[in-house]
Design a protein around this ligand. Structure first.
Ligand code: UDP
Ligand code: MG
Length: 316
């Protein structure tokens, strides 16, 4: 099969018939063999009924229904597991992304060697309260991930080589960082394509302003886990030992200074009367804590089931 289209959806009953019709039209025009995987993320409107109805007349539709709302990342992850096409395309269900982009996305993956092609909604139809923070979010993500050629990490419209979706795990709210996950998994040919964006036709957005706080925390954890997840001691140990040593040497210095003063008969202050002493105590305590944290993290990662999971590309 050429293409799997994975569509996560939550309460999008009005959009679904139009969306599937549109996808079908594009696929027919270009003679692709395809499947449409609609993942109903626990909708409480009649989305699932609509999917059942659509399925009756179109066997290329696969419907998956969650018992409750788990989030877009979970829906994508399950869709990725089910996908069988050589190229996997994800798109939002709200008709903001255009299926007309599919042929070019497909071409980039198949003929131009891209592992992942991310859409860029250069001209967006979203409120300013969303577009401005998004700019900031994207530039921070670019800097931290080293993927400098993407302008729009969170674009719902993306295309992947099949191997990519089978090698990454999208959980929590990590759907915003799939290109970063792909890069950590070793897929470095990440490209961008400018795509059409439309205003939301039906329903309302499913993410509030909280998305930016959560998004930022997720970025920190993804960065940390990617870099130090398999060797936490290198992170905690280094700053722990450093902090401990600073505290330790300052204390030594204070004691040495006092002894020198006693020996030379000049006036001296008690070590405990000096602010520096308390600062060094704090440094020693924090240093020990960090070191122990690193040690415990090391024990945890040692017993995790994927401690030895690597992505082997080829064996000959
Ligand atoms: N979505 C989902 N589960 C959720 C929230 C959203 O599957 O818990 C889907 C939603 O139905 C849509 C896509 O994720 O297909 C993007 O959501 P939305 O359009 O609300 O986000 P925005 O365009 O405002 O970023
Ligand atoms: Mg949308």
């Amino acid at each position: 099969m050429d293409i799997s289209v994975v569509v996560p959806l939550f309460n999008e009953e009005e959009s679904l018939p139009e969306l599937t019709d549109w996808i079908r039209r594009v696929m027919k025009q270009h003679n692709f063999s395809y499947e449409i995987i609609l993942v109903d993320d626990g909708s409480n409107d009649s989305s699932w009924k609509v999917i059942q109805q659509l399925k009756l007349s179109h066997e290329e539709i696969i419907g998956i229904k969650f018992r409750r709302n788990y989030g877009k990342s979970a829906a994508l992850n399950v869709g990725f597991d089910a996908a069988e096409g050589d190229v996997v395309i994800t798109m939002d269900a709200d008709l903001q992304d255009s299926p007309d982009e599919i042929p070019e996305l497909y071409d980039r993956v198949v003929n131009q060697g891209a592992d992942l092609v991310s859409g860029w909604k250069q001209k967006r139809y979203d409120p300013l309260t969303k577009t401005i923070p998004t700019k900031l979010f994207n530039s921070v993500t670019r800097g931290m991930s080293g993927i400098h050629n993407l302008h729009d990490f969170n674009c719902g419209l993306k295309a992947y080589k099949k191997e990519v979706v089978k090698s990454i795990e999208v959980y929590g709210e990590m759907h915003r960082y799939i290109p970063v996950l792909a890069k950590w998994a070793g897929f470095i040919n990440i490209q961008e394509q400018i795509v059409q964006h439309y205003p939301r036709k039906y329903g309302t957005t499913k993410f509030g302003a909280g998305r930016f706080v959560k998004g930022f925390l997720d970025l920190l954890s993804i960065f940390f886990v990617g870099k130090f997840g398999k060797r936490p001691m290198h992170f905690f140990g280094t700053i722990g030992v450093l902090s401990f040593l600073i505290g330790f040497f300052i204390t030594c210095y204070l004691i040495f200074e006092k002894l020198m003063s006693i020996a030379s008969g000049s006036v001296y202050r008690n070590v405990t009367d000096q602010p520096l002493f308390y600062l060094s105590l704090v440094a020693i305590l924090i240093g020990t804590q960090l070191f122990l944290t690193g040690f415990i993290a090391e024990l945890i990662s040692r017993s995790s089931s994927d401690r030895n999971r690597y992505h082997i590309e080829k064996v000959i």
